[in-house]
Design a protein around this ligand. Structure first.
Ligand SMILES: Cc1cc2nc3c(=O)[nH]c(=O)nc-3n(C[C@H](O)[C@H](O)[C@H](O)COP(=O)(O)O)c2cc1C
Length: 422
């Protein structure tokens, strides 16, 4: 159990809504176990108090509350001090008899909020999630980070626009100057010999995050297939034993484990019906997945959190690691989640490089609605969860959303030198 020390100003409390399990007999032989990953944070809540206003104050009162955070909880849970102490007395690994002399109502509260489980009791959704979490050797803080960082139903464009942060000028105006673009270095650098430009260099320079897709021109299946073959397909394997197989791919992967799955949201690919697919690196094939009543355009907008400049790409590629594969080797390891994120970064870089070489436009974004993607694709977020979405297609003839192309490598004439909005 780690005690955080951040102070948190008031936020809406929706944590006291669960009912206590009054059915549970609080007999002395009850065996209990607390959830394995648990963080306690003292927060400051502000609330409006009319009496404080009438008596000449601001009307705002400050209250300190203990808050329990855990990756299996849908929202933070407010605790009183005796509940905090009780949690500290319970074992997270072994079922142990309930501590003597503890208040029944505290225990019921912790049970009802999924912070404590009773041995043999029916598992509700919270207990089920906590049990699933135990099966994957997550490092606790990373599990929290992953769980808390997932969005649902966000429109990131609206949020940025309403804050005036959607242009570089707006960012500068609201946030002040950024740290310098170049880090200071000691002394005059020794210049390295510049090498003559080759076709590969030109291709690298032509990569620019594409925010203007040609929605009329379908992506030929052969182009998509080539791209996936280069970036995601298996290129070799080592079979240590029948149940211990390691794949080789064109991208590196921490521990050679290649945990990342790719899911396609196809909108406009010649020779492939619009829909959702799962990519199989071994056969270099795609399997159709069920979808709900929503159109692919609606889902694409949801997946990319309202970024309409990405949502109309002919195909989106959702990159979602199977954490257990990497955590099998790096068990409860403080670096494991970082390694998984880096893996996804390598895949996206190769996707963008290969797409450019094929004359296509491409992007990667982390501003995604992970929770919605998980629901649509039927993922259990502690086992399999998206970290990024890429997209690819033909570039439009005209730029209507700004791209970062100050050197005019992609767009001529240079319509704007507006730097990044993402
Ligand atoms: C991890 C990552 C996340 C990104 N997320 C977004 C995004 O949410 N929206 C967006 O428009 N661009 C996004 N971008 C693209 C960057 O804005 C872009 O790389 C940057 O402006 C530099 O432009 P360039 O890629 O054309 O060189 C992302 C890039 C990376 C590497």
């Amino acid at each position: 159990m780690i005690i955080g020390l951040h102070l948190w100003r008031s936020r809406p409390t929706h944590w006291n809504t669960r009912c206590f399990p009054f059915w549970l007999p609080m007999h002395d032989t009850l065996h209990l176990r607390r959830c394995r990953t648990l963080y306690l944070e003292p927060r400051q809540q502000t609330s409006f108090d009319l009496r404080a206003l009438v008596s000449g104050g601001t009307g705002m009162t400050l209250r300190s509350v203990w808050t329990a955070l855990a990756p299996h909880l849908p929202a933070p849970v407010e605790l009183n001090e005796s509940q905090v102490l009780l949690l500290g007395r319970l074992d997270p690994e072994r079922w142990e008899p309930r501590p003597a002399g503890e208040d029944d109502s505290d225990l019921r509260y912790l049970l009802a909020h999924g912070l404590v489980q009773a041995q043999g009791a029916d598992r509700d959704a919270l207990a089920e999630r906590e049990a699933q979490l135990r099966q994957v050797p997550w490092w606790g803080p990373a599990a929290m980070l992953h769980w808390q960082g997932r969005w649902q139903g966000q429109d990131s464009v609206k949020a940025l626009e309403s804050a005036g942060l959607h242009t570089a000028a707006g960012l500068r105006a609201h946030l002040g100057p950024p740290p310098p673009a170049l880090a200071p270095h000691a002394g005059e650098p020794r210049h390295l010999p510049r090498q003559p430009e080759e076709a590969f260099d030109r291709s690298l320079r032509e990569r620019s995050t594409c925010r203007n897709f040609d929605t009329a021109q379908p992506l030929p299946l052969a182009e998509l297939s080539r791209l996936l073959q280069r970036t995601l397909a298996e290129t070799g394997r080592q079979v240590v034993e029948e149940d211990a197989v390691f794949l080789k791919k064109n991208v590196p992967s921490a521990g050679g484990l290649h945990p990342t799955e790719a899911y396609l949201l196809v909108q406009h690919v010649e020779g492939l019906q619009a829909g959702l697919y799962h990519y199989d690196p071994a056969s270099h094939g795609v399997s159709a997945l069920p979808s709900d009543a929503r159109s692919m355009a609606e889902l694409a907008a949801l997946f990319t959190a309202g970024q309409h400049w990405f949502a109309d790409a002919p195909v989106l590629i959702v990159l979602a690691p199977r954490f257990a594969r990497t955590y099998w080797k790096y068990r409860h390891h403080p670096k494991a989640y970082r390694a998984v994120i880096l893996d996804v970064g390598h895949i996206s870089q190769l996707l963008l490089t290969c797409a450019t070489e094929q004359g296509l436009g491409a992007f990667v974004t982390a501003a995604i609605n992970e929770q919605d993607i998980e629901q649509v694709l039927g993922m259990d977020p502690m086992q399999l969860s998206p970290l990024a979405v890429c997209g690819v297609g033909w570039r439009a003839q005209q730029m209507s959303t700004s791209e970062f192309d100050p050197g005019g490598q992609v767009w001529t004439p240079v319509l704007t030198a507006e730097p990044p909005s993402g």
